[in-house]
Ligand binder design. Sequence first.
Ligand SMILES: Cc1ncc(COP(=O)(O)OP(=O)(O)O)c(N)n1
Ligand SMILES: Cc1ncsc1CCOP(=O)(O)O
Ligand SMILES: [Mg+2]
Length: 501
Amino acid sequence: MNNETVIWTIGGLDPSNGAGISRDLAVFQNLQQRGYSLCTAVTAQNHMGVSCVQPVKADVLNQQFQALLELSSPSVIKISMIADDAQATVIAHWLEKLRQQNPQLFVVYDPVLSASAGGQLSTLSGDAIAALCANCDLLCPNYHEAQALTESQKGGVELIHELNQKLDARAVVLKGGHSGCEAVEDLLWQHNRAGTFSVKASRLAVSKTHGTGCTFAAALSVFVAQNFELEDALYLAKCYVFEALQQAENNVRSAGNGPWHTLGLPGWPKHRQLDFAFSEQAGLPAELAAPFPSIDREKFRFYPVLDSIDWVRWALGQGVKTVQLRLKDASDEQQLRQHIRTAVKLGRRYDAQVFINDYWALAIEEGAYGVHLGQEDLASADLNAIAAAGLRLGLSTHSIVEIERACRVQPSYIALGHIFPTQTKDMPSQPQGLTKLGFYQQWLADRFPTVAIGGISLQRAKPVLAQGVSSIAVVTALTKASKPGEALQQFNGVVNEHFSQ
Ligand SMILES: Cc1ncc(COP(=O)(O)OP(=O)(O)O)c(N)n1
Ligand SMILES: Cc1ncsc1CCOP(=O)(O)O
Ligand SMILES: [Mg+2]
């Protein structure tokens, strides 16, 4: 994904390009992210070890900040190896200044203290590390670093608690590569969320692992800069590293060199279904034995979401072939059942795909064509009962993690939203925009039909469809149009033109 944000990476130079700032810049370039580097030390090292470290003078580091500021301001700063306390003081000074200019600045600190192949890289004091942690938004140590920082031998969530007691980080990603466990599990803790989020991948039998931690933190920083939520950024970074490690191993040209030294992961993103879970929320729904029944994709291309049976009757009468009955102020159960019953009948009469929002149990009882559910419904709805009754299922998603969670239940379609600001509903998440919509669509790689929703007007219909979605869903563009019949015809025109190309 391309955007105008800039990342600064602060760390040491590894001449073999496996780790450090040259590795970071390679990852940025690979992921089409603009980035600059500030060098804290010149090292002599390769994947077999470090032979010397020459810290740059604090004043030289200071001048690097000044030089870069003449070019641009960073939206993300990634910090890794800091050689000594004098450098930490310079960095703290600049972080404060840059945060004043940009309160949204996000700082990732990968506390590199020694090289994985052996060799001390830093003389940072405990106080300087604590000050840095308090100044960063995300701390991402590996097991060795977290244990050294806390002087404990604990692991997993307990180790994160130890870190929190000692250091004042706002969020922590504990990298599981050195945990010694069969599966590599990375844990994310955030100060404003209950519990932890974890992503697991099987341990790859690979040898070219020099710089894996740098690659991971660099990719994570890119995804943060590109506005992904932290859970998504972690998930994507792990997928990226997983793929990079496999590619390096298969690349004979990098034999003996430790790191992969051919840049580029052509075709990325390829979706990876890594295992993930939330510790204190409903995690993944149980995997269902069979996919939900499919929908007719041709009838699915334009999808009005309607708040009354009158609107449903009108739309179907106008020839619309997919609609949703979305009743939000129904208090009388009898009346609700009656509306759902009528919607089901109308759907049959017009040979249309009528989805019922929220009321999955009534939808089953009334023999509906399908139901549409949100993420929060996944924990409580009886998905097996919906599947057993033969209903189609549509699921809302707002992020990669939610998309992957939705994929596990093999729904009939996946909704991607909200794309633009909407007046119809208070949304807890930010509008996704077209670039992310395109990324989601690429990520899904046609595993399921998709529908984009949220703020889609007639003018926006064409660019939304150009992202490759199977359908567009609208509420107010139709129901608040001064002439709904004309609006419908115009939408049909745009949709038909798009799908006839
Ligand atoms: C097609 C389509 N996409 C998304 C939604 C939103 O559903 P949900 O998350 O369940 O939120 P509510 O609509 O219940 O507020 C939708 N209804 N239709
Ligand atoms: C129900 C819903 N879910 C995500 S956005 C949205 C509302 C879309 O309404 P509009 O098309 O008027 O923006
Ligand atoms: Mg709902």
